[in-house]
Structures are given as structure tokens and as C-alpha cells.
Design a protein around this ligand. Sequence first.
Ligand SMILES: Nc1ncnc2c1ncn2[C@@H]1O[C@H](COP(=O)(O)OP(=O)(O)OP(=O)(O)O)[C@@H](O)[C@H]1O
Ligand SMILES: [Mg+2]
Length: 251
Amino acid sequence: MLKISNLSVSVEDKQILKDFDLNIKPGEIHAIMGPNGVGKSTLSRVLMGDNHYKIDSGEITFLDEDLTKLKVDERAKKGIFIAYQHPREIEGVNNIDFLKAAVDSKNDEPLNLFKFATEVENLTKELKLKDGMLYRNINQGFSGGEKKKNEILQMRLLKPKLVILDEIDSGLDVDSLKIVALSTLDYIKENKDTSLIIITHYPRILEYIKPDYVHIIKDGKIIKTSDASLAFEIEKEGFSKFSTNDIKEKS
Ligand SMILES: Nc1ncnc2c1ncn2[C@@H]1O[C@H](COP(=O)(O)OP(=O)(O)OP(=O)(O)O)[C@@H](O)[C@H]1O
Ligand SMILES: [Mg+2]
């Protein structure tokens, strides 16, 4: 589904990713971990087409198409969705109007209003979001946890094929984390070909959403790949024991 080969990315002349490789098949769940500032969010922004980030070399293909040639809206239409680490507040744009416009722009014809309203109502209940938040400006004055739940609401409505959750677990209380994780699980169970990238610092979310692979990014690339147990090893021992030398033993 997604193939990243030899990707090098810089921002303001500073190299962030260097010869980065990642291959994701339909239905796989990949967790990405790594110290602060190594380029995890940079990777997600590059995948979405943020032009602050310069691709110096390498290739990204998504569903057999050169992703780098597509604009942000085309990527979204093709099925890529990112729940941002710091969701933006957008003044003057009503949340529910935005959601309807986003859903309609993905489909060939507008979704029936009643169908849309029913789906939003069910998801709002499931995510324990207050109804009033649908009619406020996007994310404006939302608490940290409410913003994260609103990202999941968007994901559920947009029905993407590749979901990138960038620290969706930060700022969520234990109950909200469970709600968000279970809602994400419901989605991927209903859409078995959907692939998931979970960027996180903590294993807790991975106890709900079991990853097929856990990767560590350091020095601009993946230096170790293993199963879910790696997340617990990191939680216990930190990142210092992992170095670029681990690449040699990478599976
Ligand atoms: N627009 C930008 N301008 C300048 N530097 C940037 C920009 N975006 C990212 N960087 C730098 O790139 C590096 C990687 O940032 P990134 O946000 O990808 O890290 P991260 O791995 O997601 O970290 P964290 O775990 O703290 O979220 C950092 O040093 C950051 O300061
Ligand atoms: Mg980040």
C-alpha cells in the first residue's frame, strides 16, 4: 500500500530524514517510536504533502502511484488521513460544516444529509463528544482531549485507507484513551484493508491496538524493527541502548 524508499527530507536546510525506508501492506498496523525531534511528525507531514518539508531524494508510492506528485487534497481523496499531534484551531469555520464539506469533497456526490447526520450523531455518542462541539469553530477552545477525539471523528467520517495517528494518545485521560483506541479498532475491523501508522511514546495505546511491527526512528531512519514487545522494552529502558548499529540486525 505504502512504500517509502531511500527518502531524505530537510527543513530549512536541516536534514531530518536520511535514506528512510518503510513498507506497509494493506491491513498492517505499524507503530513508530523514537526520541523527541527525530522526525516522526516530519514523516507524517511529508506523507500529507506539507511543502515546508523538502524531499531531497527518494521515492514514496501509495497504491502504486507516485505520492509526491499529488497535492494535499488529492492525497486525502486517495485515502490518506493524518490525525495531527497538534490539531489546528480554525477560526470562522464551523466544525460540522467542515466535516460535511470534507466528506462531500471525497465522494463523487454529496452524502445524503440525513445519513450524514445519523452517522455523526452515532459517532459523537461513541466518542463521548458534547453535541455543542459540532457547532463551534474547528478545535477553537476545545480541550486537548476533545481535539484528539475530533480528529478521530474526522477519520471515521472520511473512511481513509491509510491512517496516521501522530501522538493521538497525548493529552487523553485513561477513559478517553480507551474510547479513542476502541473507536479506531472498530474502524479497522470494519475496513480490513486499512493500514495504520501509530506514532507514540507510550505502549498503552498499543495494548488496545496491537501493532504488527514496532519501529524505532533515530538518526533519520528506522534503526530497529520488532514486534509489540519492543514498545515495552523502550518503556522500561529508554532509547539509549538502541543505536544505528541495530540496523545490521534489522529483520
Ligand atoms: N517547519 C519547521 N521549521 C524548522 N524546523 C522544523 C520544522 N518542522 C520540524 N522541524 C525540526 O525537525 C526536527 C524533527 O521534528 P519532528 O516534529 O518531526 O519531531 P518528532 O520526532 O515528531 O518529535 P516529538 O516526539 O517531540 O513529537 C526537530 O528538530 C524540529 O525542530
Ligand atoms: Mg512529533
